[in-house]
Design a protein. Structure first.
Length: 108
């Protein structure tokens, strides 16, 4: 995967035509790119993101940004209560406790 200005591109290879195809995966809008080498892919991602941002500017629209940092999680009330109590027992807010739990899952 490649990253440019926070936009993350996933790459697939098309063996029939010998080309890599990429798509930005962390936005609701469709941003694609392609190339035959790593350098071409990186350049194509940059150009596609810049084209997308320019297109949004021309239309007076706000581009879809990759993640706001906020999301809603729905859990049963008893899970909510247990998480709240665990956070309080550790002297943390529920938000801080959940953030730390999520960050720990990314550790390998």
């Amino acid at each position: 995967m490649f990253n440019y200005k926070g936009y993350v591109g996933r790459i697939d290879y098309d063996d029939e035509v010998g080309t890599f195809h990429g798509e930005v995966i962390n936005t609701r809008d469709v941003i694609t790119f392609q190339g035959k080498s790593v350098n071409e892919l990186k350049k194509a991602l940059r150009e596609s993101v810049e084209d997308y941002l320019e297109f949004c500017r021309e239309r007076g629209e706000e581009p879809d940004r990759p993640f706001s940092g906020k999301f809603v999680v729905r859990v049963p009330p008893e899970v909510h209560r247990e998480a709240f109590l665990k956070a309080k027992s550790e002297g943390k807010s529920l938000n801080a406790w959940v953030r730390e739990a999520i960050e720990k899952t990314g550790e390998r």
